[in-house]
Write a protein that binds this ligand. Structure first.
Ligand code: PEP
Ligand code: MG
Length: 369
């Protein structure tokens, strides 16, 4: 690449960084992603989606954990997962070296972890046909049937999963705290922020927080490590009761993907191919609300939550970690609302830095803080 061009880009980025008030973090789930994002200028991790750490080899453990009927089976799976999770977090904290890292407790739609029902039913039928003993397969099939959901995105996800499966969130909280202490003991710095997903009522957050605080106090001891506990705001009810939720949260991060899905009642997974073309044709929106923030509806939920959250807890830290965090027009909106940071995928970090700087220039330096 032309050197003059590189210098020009560098000058523009430096200029934007000098102007902007929004910090720019990244969404990253691995040390490698975190390293890449730092090269693009990310100032922390705004969303580490831990469910991605439960795939591959660990899937079977998670399946056992979810389907376990006896406490000892569940505890064995959790015990096996704890050291693996601790290593995951050590790698990320080391890479981020003192920058804030928001770790979101596991939030998978359950169907992503359970074996497909149809496949299990076929396996049982085939084995029966062959005259084999199918007791074990039948038990698994019955268990998966019990957990089956017609609408997993509105089902046993996020905080609900943590409230239903004993020990799951506790294992993750312990792994995060132990990883932070291990990094500190090795001379580094870790700044973990534990984030609870899909909260709609302050009581959900209070329940998780009470257990988490006990574990953190026990693990952290006198090491000096500080662990924050906050929540995603991604369910409309959470936005509308933000004043209550702020009493139990040290930070908010807006999950604009789910907030858009639930605000409009549009399935994230289905609608774009199904009927959005007609909405664009009719001018109901000029661009998909999953790409660029819908200021009038979803944006208003964000404004309400930001205002009521800060009224209840002055200085409450506010961020956004949905896809919109890297969309230029949405970044301007988040600046106007007075958020503290946006978080986006590593490759969008430079764009977010630039737009955060431009937002200051365009609004004459003002925002609603
Ligand atoms: C969101 O809903 O905006 C979010 C960041 O969480 P996820 O996309 O993982 O549901
Ligand atoms: Mg979400």
């Amino acid at each position: 690449v032309d050197n003059a061009l590189v210098r020009a880009v560098h000058r523009i980025m430096t200029h934007a960084d000098g102007k902007r008030r929004l910090a720019v973090r990244t969404n990253a789930d691995t040390g490698a992603d975190a390293a890449r994002a730092r090269r693009f200028g990310a100032e922390g991790i705004g969303l580490c989606r831990t469910e991605h750490m439960f795939l591959g080899d660990r899937r079977e453990l998670v399946e056992r954990l979810i389907l376990a009927r006896a406490a000892d089976e569940r505890e064995a799976a959790l015990e096996a997962l704890l050291p693996l999770q601790r290593e995951d977090f050590i790698e990320i904290f080391r890479e981020m070296d003192g920058l804030p890292v928001t770790v979101r407790l596991i939030d998978p739609p359950l169907h992503e972890f359970l074996p497909p029902l149809e496949q299990l039913a076929v396996n049982v039928a085939v084995a029966q046909e062959r005259g084999e003993d199918v007791a074990k397969e039948e038990a698994l099939l019955a268990a998966v049937r019990r957990m089956h959901e017609e609408n997993p995105m509105l089902g046993l996800r996020g905080v609900r999963l943590g409230l239903v499966i004993p020990g799951l969130f506790a294992m993750q909280v312990r792994a995060i705290a132990e990883a932070a202490v291990a990094v500190a003991e090795a001379g580094g710095t870790a700044c973990p922020e534990i984030m609870v997903p899909l909260v709609g009522a302050v009581q959900e957050l209070e329940t998780v927080r009470a257990e988490a605080e006990k574990i953190i106090a026990e693990v952290v001891g006198t090491s000096g490590v500080e662990v924050l506990i906050g929540t995603m705001i991604e369910v409309p009810r959470a936005a509308l009761t933000a004043g209550q939720i702020a009493e139990a949260a040290q930070f908010f991060s807006f999950g604009t993907n789910d907030l858009t899905q639930m605000g409009w009642g549009f399935s994230r997974d289905d609608v774009e191919g199904a009927f959005f073309w007609r909405y664009l044709e009719l001018g109901i929106f000029g661009i998909s609300p999953f790409e660029s923030i819908d200021r009038d509806g979803v944006g208003r939920l964000i404004r309400i939550a930001a205002e009521e959250g800060r009224a209840a807890r002055p200085g409450l830290k506010l961020g956004v970690c949905g896809e919109h965090g890297g969309d230029p027009d949405s970044v301007h909106f988040f600046h106007e609302v007075g958020l503290d940071y946006v978080s986006c995928s590593p490759f969008r970090v430079p764009v977010a830095r630039l737009e955060a700087g431009r937002a200051v220039v365009e609004t004459g330096g003002s925002d609603s803080r």
